[in-house]
Design a protein around this ligand. Sequence first.
Ligand code: BMA
Length: 331
Amino acid sequence: MNPGNKKELFTRHPANPILTVNDWHYCAHTVFNPGATKLQDGTTLLLCRVEDHRGFSHLCAARSANGVDGWIIDDHPTFESDPINHPAELWGVEDPRITYLKDKAEYVITYTAFGKAGPGVAIATTKDFKTFERMGLVMQPDDKDAAIFPTLFDGNYAMIHRPIAKSGAHIWISFSPDLHNWGGHEMILPARKGAWWDANKIGLSPPPIETDRGWLVLYHGVRTHANGSLYRLGLALFDKAHPHTCLLRGQSWIFGPEADYELNGDVGNVVFPCGFTIGEDGDTINMYYGAADTSICLATSSIKKLLLWLDYDGREVTNLEEIEASEIADA
Ligand code: BMA
């Protein structure tokens, strides 16, 4: 599939931004970077990051029958930081990703706990998005952009996350028998170097998307330039049974800031998805993303289209990229 000059594979919804802080029932500064899931009755639930006027974030649930409009938003923060019992959340909770675990019949929320030591990965579980059980920090700072796979691998849960290592900000995987204790850590996708759009920093965006050919991983890449940081999205495919094995990695980015609401805001030039739902056809991807750290937007694509594009633009991952990453460590 030759996409021609147009590399973007997602179509923005004409109603964007679909949610802004003006839709909230209480005083807040911005709403962005929502986790997403479809509840058992088909309702789309977004767990939105809400930043208050101190600069601290909490999470608030918004529900809609069609995932586009008619949002019913909680009239209070749904999930707030608990700094007394969890000091790692002193400055708030950010960027949730939601995974439904069939074996437990509950939702696992991985989120960034922001405290004095920096951002770390924390987990909470819920059955109804009203009451939550906190597990606390599962990956120490500096670590973020985490999500759990919806299936087990040889009886273990798997989590993708982004620790900051000496070699840089690359994507890693870890495994756990109980969601509390994690091991088997392995780097699975390195940030590239030099002129690449995803040089400097990468991190998982929404949780991995299950397909017949493997796990589609949408990730954000950050390119630092004279004007600041530019957040765009890339795509990779991982082996279905061995999710630490990358089969294909796209060369070009597939979505980046273009619309006014993505270019301008608290942090311009940022598109930052943390959640998706799949349409009733089993193929449509509804990607929910934060625009410019200010509002919430929707863009759609298709699993078939993304896989076809990877066959065209993707490359098998060679050791070269890992060698490049380790060169940074050696420098
Ligand atoms: C990242 C995260 C996101 C944010 C992005 C752009 O490091 O903190 O929450 O959207 O930066 O500011």
